[in-house]
Design a protein around this ligand. Sequence first.
Ligand code: HEC
Length: 119
Amino acid sequence: MLKPFTLLLAFLLTGCGTDPNTLTTGKQLFEHYCVTCHGIAGTGVFLKGIPANIVTDKNLSSIIVQIQQGSKPNRTGTKMPAFPNISDSAAKKIALHLLLLKKEYLQGKHRDKILLTPK
Ligand code: HEC
């Protein structure tokens, strides 16, 4: 709840010497790079054949590989593009955010809003 405010405060307190890029969270990166396809909560978009990624079986390092190298076409013939310009550390933050969304989903949060697109 307090997180965006805390980040803003940290930014203000540390002043101009801070690179704003270092404040970019996994959530912000996910919302920048991934939501157009996977949706804000990682549910996927049925009509485009894009699966929910919050129920992925992939572990942290395979998600990082998928982000940087893309994927092979899935059952519906759709594949994920590679993001070679996303650095290792940014890819890790994104993957951690995705795994957090997954954990929350498995704990039953947001289920009312979520209709998962199958693989
Ligand atoms: C242009 C559309 C597009 C974008 C943008 C995109 N993806 Fe995907 N993603 C796909 C498609 C299509 C698949 C299904 C192919 C597959 O099974 O790997 C997929 C599959 C995945 C999977 C595997 C899901 C599983 O079933 O295990 C993960 C994890 C994933 N995406 C993460 C991400 C992350 C993180 C980002 C942001 C950096 C992202 N995607 C951005 C289209 C996209």
